[in-house]
Structure formats: structure tokens, C-alpha cells
Unconditional design. Structure first.
Length: 321
């Protein structure tokens, strides 16, 4: 499940009562523990590295912090091409070595029980935070720059793409067995502008990764982007819950495995309702490869019993999905 390690598990919340989110990310032993919690509790079919899509920004000297209850904050946002000269030269092994140490630790602890998935944010999505200085309701700085000086923004996105390649190759070399790219804010763009702005740095990353491991691409709010997403050279296309899988399949064809796309809100109902919705999802996903998953991150108030009902229903459906 997306964001499977966090927020809804009491054992995860117990860790955050003793320390803060960024410390958990920075401490391989804690990141290992949190990654393994849903594997032990729910019996999911893969482990997902516990990290954050903004950690690569720590290599650029922009001042990343996570305030309790307010999300990420960037001390020195990048809002024009002139700001690029103030970025530190990335030193991925030095500044992000704790992530690679966590990957190695998780693989040892898993001991082949289930595979480990690594991940990163797309340059467009990471830029959405770097340019805005944190979370944003309007993304006015990012969108304004994209219209005012798209070539300057493209330079930033290329810079982030090259950093992401090094970051993901480090995860793969440490033991990640698949990689997922999250385009959480791609849905802000229409198809033409997504192809012009967000797609080129993604292709740059995929070319940098080569065919070392299977690749998964997720875009939130991207039903209008499906014809472009179908062209991506990835193995798995992960989609949110806003469009039935059968309709997605009609657009993207049979060449890609689909992942998703149960509404995370469905896990707030009764266990019986979760089972019914999950069975409907599995039926809709037939006719092509399908990895059952949520359509976005699991909600923090989700009852553990409902998450378990989702996993059990998928695994009891007659075969691995």
C-alpha cells in the first residue's frame, strides 16, 4: 500500500512520540524498523523503503525541515534561474548515505521474504516544494515561473533529474529491487504542458536508470494525462482512484501493468465494505496485469483491521495480483 509504513500503525506512532520524522529518516535502524512494521503486521507482498521524496534536497543546501503538523519547509526556496547558482554541488553518497545504509539493512532483515521497493519524487513534484518553500495551496511561484521563464525552470528540473538518477542508482546498488517515481503534482498541468515541462526530466531519469530494475510511475490527479503516460518507458503505471481501471486500460493498452487504484477513503468504512470494494477493484483490473494497491497514501485514521481486510481480500482472491 502506498505510504504503507506510516501514520495509521500504532507502532509507528509510538516511534514518533519519541523522536521526529526527519530523525527517523536519518537513522537507518529506525527507518528499517518502520519499513518492516507493515510487513510484520499486515503481511503485504512488498516492503517500501521508509524515506521522503524531499530528502535529496538535503544535498543542495536549501535547508530542509519538517515542522510537526505543518509538513516540509524549505529555508531557501529557488524561484528564478539566478537562484540556481546558489545551490550546493550534490554529494549523494555523503549526504544521502543513510538512505543507502537503510536499504542494505532492510534487505538483510527481510532475508528474501518479500522484495523491497525504493522510490523518489519526479523533478516536477520535488520542484513544487523547492520553489514554493514547502506545501502550497496555489503553487503560484511554480506555475508563475513555468509561464514566465520555462527555460529557466527546465534548467532546475534537469538539475533535479541528474540528482535523482544518482539517488536512485544508489538505492539500486544498495539492494532496492524496484523503483517507483511519484509525480504527485503532475495533475496541475494539462497534457501539453506536462509533456513540455514534467516529462523530459522523467525521461532523463529513466534513461539514467536503464533497465536495472522494474520501474513504476505514479501520477495523482492525472486521468487527463493518460495518453501521455501510456508513452512512458516504464513497466508499471500506477493510477489514483478517480477513474476505473478498465477505462485506464482502454487508453494505455496492454503493454503495461497497472497498479492501484482503491480510494484510500474506502478503508474508513466497515471491514465488509472494504472487502466488497476490494473485490470490485480486482474484478475491474482483470484483462491485464494488475497490482492491487490504494490510489494514494493510506489515511492516518484508517483502522488497522480495515487495512488488514484489504490485504487479506487481495491475497485470498485466487492468486497474486
Amino acid at each position: 500500500m502506498m505510504r504503507q509504513a506510516g501514520r495509521f500503525l500504532p507502532e509507528y506512532r509510538a516511534i514518533l512520540e519519541r523522536t521526529d520524522f526527519l530523525t527517523v529518516c536519518h537513522t537507518p535502524e529506525l527507518a528499517t524498523e518502520v519499513t518492516l512494521q507493515p510487513v510484520r503486521r499486515l503481511g503485504v507482498d512488498a516492503a517500501i523503503l521508509f524515506a521522503d521524496i524531499l530528502l535529496p534536497l538535503e544535498t543542495l543546501g536549501v535547508g530542509l525541515d519538517f515542522g510537526k503538523g505543518v509538513g516540509p519547509r524549505i529555508e531557501r526556496p529557488v524561484r528564478r534561474r539566478e537562484d540556481l547558482s546558489g545551490l550546493s554541488a550534490p554529494a549523494v553518497d555523503r549526504d544521502l548515505g543513510y538512505v543507502f545504509d537503510a536499504v542494505r539493512s532492510i534487505r538483510r532483515e527481510l532475508d528474501g521474504q518479500v522484495p523491497l521497493i525504493g522510490f523518489a519524487g519526479t523533478p516536477w513534484t520535488v520542484a513544487a516544494y523547492l520553489v514554493e518553500g514547502g506545501t502550497s495551496k496555489y503553487h503560484d511561484h511554480l506555475l508563475g515561473w513555468s509561464y514566465r521563464d520555462p527555460q529557466g525552470l527546465a534548467r532546475l528540473l534537469e538539475h533535479l533529474a541528474d540528482l535523482t538518477v544518482d539517488y536512485l542508482l544508489g538505492q539500486v546498488e544498495a539492494g532496492a529491487q524496484a523503483i517507483q517515481l511519484f509525480d504527485s503534482w503532475g495533475g496541475l498541468l494539462d497534457l501539453e504542458r506536462w509533456r513540455a515541462l514534467a516529462l523530459p526530466p522523467v525521461v532523463r531519469i529513466l534513461e539514467g536508470l536503464g533497465n536495472r530494475v522494474p520501474t513504476i510511475f505514479y501520477v495523482r490527479g492525472g486521468a487527463h494525462l493518460l495518453t501521455g503516460l501510456a508513452e512512458l518507458p516504464v513497466d508499471v503505471l500506477s493510477v489514483d482512484w478517480r477513474q476505473p481501471l478498465s477505462q485506464v486500460r482502454e487508453v494505455v493498452g496492454t503493454g503495461k501493468v497497472l497498479q492501484g487504484n482503491l480510494d484510500p477513503g474506502a478503508l474508513l468504512g466497515t471491514p465488509d465494505e472494504v472487502r466488497a470494494r476490494t473485490r470490485a477493484l480486482l474484478e475491474d483490473g482483470r484483462g491485464g496485469g494488475h497490482i492491487a494497491n490504494l490510489g494514494h497514501g493510506i489515511l492516518p485514521m484508517t483502522p488497522v483491521a480495515n487495512a488488514q481486510a484489504f490485504v487479506d481480500t487481495v491475497q485470498g482472491s485466487g492468486g497474486r495480483r
